[in-house]
Every structure is written in C-alpha cells, then in structure tokens.
Write a protein that binds this ligand. Structure first.
Ligand SMILES: NC(=O)c1ccc[n+]([C@@H]2O[C@H](COP(=O)([O-])OP(=O)(O)OC[C@H]3O[C@@H](n4cnc5c(N)ncnc54)[C@H](OP(=O)(O)O)[C@@H]3O)[C@@H](O)[C@H]2O)c1
Length: 229
C-alpha cells in the first residue's frame, strides 16, 4: 500500500519503520513546518496515497482530520486528546465519503487489558474493593490523563457504577504504563499494562490501515479488532 504519515515525532517515525517491515511504501511524511492548520494536505499529495496515518498533537489533529475528511481520504488517527470533537469530525467524514479509524491505544495487549478490566470491574467493587487508576508516560506527553486512562475509567464506571480517580505521572522516557488497582482495607489487586516501546502501537496502526482498504465510514480501532477475534 502507499502510506503517508502526518507528524514526524516519536510515533510518526515508529509507524514509518513498521510500514516498511510490513512491506508498504511510505510515499510522503509531513512535519508541522509544512502543515500549519492542515495546509500541507494538498490534493496532489493525497492523490498519491492509499491511507494517511495521523500522529501529531491534540491541538493539531482536528484541523488535519477536517482537511482529510473534506478530501474523502482514508485515515488512521492515533493522536489522543481531541476526542471530544469526534462528533464533528465523524460528520465531516460522512459528508466527504472517506474513512477514519481512531483510537486512544492501538496496542492489541491494551485492548485485551480493557476486556479484563471490564470483567474485574463487574466483580471487585461489588465485593467492597474501591478502584483507582495510575498512568505513567514520558515527560513530553501533552495530554493528561492519557486517552487510554480515560477509556479505562469509563469501562470501570460502566461496569461498576464507580468512576475511579486517575493519577498521572509525566517523567523520563516511559513509553506507557497503566495500572488499575482495586483496594480493600485488607489487600489490593492490580492489573498492569506496561508498553515495552512504541512498536506495538505502530503495528496496530499499520494493521488498521491494511484493514480499511476499500471501506468507508468511521471506526474505533477496537471494532476492527473484534471483526478478527
Ligand atoms: N493511539 C496510540 O496507540 C498512541 C500511542 C502513542 C502515542 N499516541 C499519541 O500520538 C500522538 C503523537 O505522539 P508522539 O509520541 O509521536 O508525539 P511527539 O513525539 O511529540 O510528535 C508529535 C509530532 O507532531 C508534529 N506536529 C504537530 N502539529 C503538526 C501538524 N499540523 N502537521 C504535522 N505534524 C505536526 C510535531 O511537530 P513539532 O514538534 O514541530 O510541533 C511532532 O513532531 C500523541 O497525541 C500521543 O498521545 C497514540
């Protein structure tokens, strides 16, 4: 496939490596300097591309996504922290006839962690255990709590009726850690996901790009995974 990448940060570079490993051509990569408010997403560039992967910043993603929606592009967006704008973005993709896969976490391990968290949240709070969440990321991460922690929090709240408090740590080079703890006065039970690097996120993003060839609409990453598991 001909893939393009918007955002040349840590994830953009990781996605480029993973695309090559999976046998795809990266036809262009766009940095912030060439793409103020989505202005680098020109018809010429988009015509040369099958899928655009967007990994930028919370304050840049919406302009990029609206420009890509208007062009009817196929897009995988991993940027976090913009999801309250999802209804507006989804409507634009509907009008433009394009495709969007979005997700706060493209790691398959995290998706299975979400399912385990749901099952645990149906049992522990009923037995008197109070849930809380801790997430840790590298010092440069802009949004807090992480998108993954917010998703986990809503899973726990739905399953147990209790929204857990979230503590965020921003330090060093931590690629990503999420800890869901259920505590009672006597003991505590922890579920932990620790990313070893960024390759797992990149693999999920490139896999999503492969899955949407020939499809239209807006999908959450988990929906695509459910189709194959
Ligand atoms: N969904 C997932 O699985 C997953 C996994 C990891 C990370 N993420 C998310 O992915 C995003 C990127 O993470 P990262 O670690 O790669 O961050 P990063 O290293 O800070 O990189 C972000 C890059 O986006 C660039 N950028 C900003 N505005 C842009 C624009 N309008 N056009 C093109 N590029 C633009 C920045 O350039 P400048 O430095 O010049 O501004 C920077 O190079 C974050 O939101 C992060 O939370 C998601």
């Amino acid at each position: 496939m001909r893939l393009a990448i918007v955002g040349l940060g840590k994830m953009g570079r990781e996605v480029a490596s993973m695309a090559a490993v999976r046998g795809h051509d990266v036809v262009w990569m766009l940095s912030s300097l060439e793409n103020r408010e989505g202005s680098g997403l020109t018809p010429e560039r988009l015509a040369a591309t099958d899928v655009v992967l967007e990994f930028t910043r919370p304050d840049a993603a919406v302009a990029n996504l609206l420009a890509l929606a208007r062009a009817g592009s196929r897009v995988v967006c991993g940027t976090t922290g913009w999801q309250r704008e999802l209804p507006r973005v989804s409507e634009a993709f509907g009008q433009g006839g394009g495709t969007l896969v979005h997700g706060t976490n493209f790691s398959v391990g995290v998706r299975l962690f979400f399912e385990t968290a749901r099952a645990a949240s149906e049992r522990f709070p009923r037995a008197g255990y109070a849930p809380y969440l801790v997430e840790e990321h590298h010092a440069e991460k802009r949004d807090a709590p992480s998108g993954t922690a917010k998703t986990l929090s809503s899973i726990v709240a739905e399953a147990s009726g209790t929204a857990p408090p979230i503590t965020s740590v921003r330090a060093g080079t931590i690629p990503g850690l999420h800890r869901l703890v259920f505590e009672s006065p006597e003991d505590e039970v922890e579920l932990v996901h620790r990313a070893r690097g960024r390759a797992g996120f990149a693999k999920g993003a490139v896999w999503a790009a492969e899955r949407i060839a020939g499809r239209r609409g807006v999908f959450e990453f988990g929906e695509l995974l459910k189709e194959v598991s």
